[in-house]
Design a protein around this ligand. Structure first.
Ligand code: PBG
Length: 339
C-alpha cells in the first residue's frame, strides 16, 4: 500500500517525500526490484501441422508462423527444446474434413502421428500438448456436431471429445487441451482418459474462452470458415461478461482440470488477475493469433518496435497473474532472452 505523505516541507523548500526514481537509476537496480520476470520456462509455442503437404506453408496473416509438415515440425520442436522452451501445443489440419470431424480421433490422424514423431524426437525434454477440438476437422467449421438448428449439440459432442482425448493420449501427449467450450467437457474427457488407463494424461482446460474477433488469423492457419457466415457466440463467452468467467473456471476445476486457461490475453487481463486469485491450479493465458498479428503488422510498417512490444505484452500477461503463456512469439522471445 502507498504510505507516502505527499510533499514534505523543510525550511521553506518543498520536495517529494518518497523518491521513487532512486530504484530506477541503473539497469542493475531495476533488475533487482523487478516484480515480474518473464522467462523461457513460461512459454508454450502453438504449432500447426498439416496433412498431405511436402513443404511448410506460410500463413499470410501470421508472419513467421507456418503450417508444418511432419518433418519440419520435428525439426522445429527439437530446436524449441534446445532453446529451453518447456511446452508446445499442436493443432492439426487434416486432408479430409467431414460433418463429425472424424479425423480428429483417427489413430493415424495428423496430430496423433505428429505426437508420436515428437515423442520419438524429444522424449520427455518438452511437454507435448494437443488442442482438443473439432473445428479444424469439421466441414462446417464449428467446434462440435450440429443439431437440427445448426448449433453444436453439447452432449453428442462430448462423446466425440472423449474419443479424441483417448486417441491423443494413446499417441503419447502429456496434456490435452479442450477448447470447444461445451459444458461438461472436462469431466467427459477425464472419465474417458481414466477408463482407458490414461490416468497420467493432464487436462489444460480452455476455461474462460471468449468469442473474440482476435482469432481471425488462426482460422486462416487451420483453413476454417464457419458455415453460413456463422460465429461461435452460442458457446464461447460474451466479451461483456466477467463473472461468467469465474463460473466457467470453477466448473472446470471441479470437473478435474489440472490447469486452466484464459483466452485471449491482453483484452482480458482483468479476468486473468481474478482467476489467479480464485484458484490454485496453474493458470495459462493464450496470447492469440490476432494479438500476434497486430504487433507484426504495425512493426512491418515501422510504426512500433515489434520485439519490444512483444516483450511488453507478454510481461503484462505474466504480471496480471498467468503462470504459462501460449504465444506465437515463443521462439523469438526465447532467442531474445538467451541474449
Ligand atoms: C479452437 C481454437 C481456436 C483457437 C484455439 N483453439 C479458434 C476458435 O475458437 O475459433 C484460436 C487461437 C488463436 O487465435 O491463436 N480449436
Amino acid at each position: 500500500m502507498y504510505s507516502g505523505r505527499g510533499v514534505r516541507r523543510l525550511e521553506g523548500v518543498s520536495f517529494p517525500a518518497r523518491r521513487l526514481r532512486r530504484l530506477r537509476r541503473t539497469p542493475a537496480l531495476r533488475r533487482l526490484v523487478a516484480e515480474t520476470r518473464l522467462g523461457i520456462d513460461d512459454l508454450v509455442a502453438p504449432l500447426f501441422v498439416r496433412e498431405g503437404i511436402d513443404e511448410p506453408q506460410p500463413i499470410a496473416s501470421l508472419p513467421g508462423v507456418v503450417q508444418h509438415t511432419r518433418e519440419s515440425l520435428r525439426k522445429e520442436v527439437a530446436e524449441l527444446a534446445d532453446l529451453g522452451i518447456p511446452g508446445v501445443i499442436l493443432f492439426g489440419i487434416p486432408a479430409r474434413k467431414d460433418a463429425a470431424g472424424s479425423e480428429a480421433w483417427n489413430r493415424d490422424g495428423i496430430v496423433q502421428l505428429a505426437v508420436r514423431d515428437l515423442r520419438d524426437e524429444v522424449g520427455d525434454r518438452l511437454a507435448v500438448m494437443a488442442d482438443l477440438c473439432l473445428d479444424e476437422y469439421t466441414d462446417h467449421g464449428h467446434c462440435g456436431v450440429l443439431d437440427p438448428r445448426g448449433e453444436p449439440d453439447n452432449d453428442a459432442t462430448l462423446d466425440l471429445y472423449a474419443r479424441i482425448a483417448v486417441a491423443q493420449a494413446d499417441a503419447g501427449v502429456d496434456v490435452v487441451a479442450p477448447s470447444g467450450m461445451m459444458d461438461g467437457q472436462v469431466e467427459a474427457i477425464r472419465d474417458a482418459l481414466d477408463e482407458a488407463d490414461h490416468t497420467d494424461t493432464a487436462i489444460l482446460a480452455y476455461a474462460a474462452k471468449y468469442a473474440s474477433a482476435l482469432y481471425g488469423p488462426f482460422r486462416d492457419a487451420v483453413d476454417v470458415t464457419i458455415a453460413g457466415g456463422g460465429d461461435r457466440r452460442g458457446y464461447q463467452q460474451d466479451p461483456r461478461n466477467f463473472r461468467e468467467a469465474l463460473l466457467e473456471v470453477d466448473e472446470d476445476v471441479a470437473e478435474g482440470a489440472d490447469m486452466v486457461m484464459v483466452k485471449p490475453a491482453l483484452a482480458y487481463l482483468d479476468v486473468i488477475a481474478a482467476v489467479r486469485h480464485a484458484v490454485d491450479v496453474p493458470l495459462a493465458a493464450y496470447h492469440v493469433s490476432g494479438e500476434y498479428a497486430m504487433v507484426k503488422a504495425a512493426a512491418e510498417r515501422g510504426w512500433i518496435d515489434g520485439p519490444a512490444v512483444a516483450l511488453e505484452h507478454l510481461t503484462a500477461v505474466k504480471r496480471a497473474g498467468a503462470d504459462i503463456i501460449l504465444t506465437y512469439f515463443a521462439r523469438e522471445v526465447a532467442e531474445t532472452l538467451h541474449g
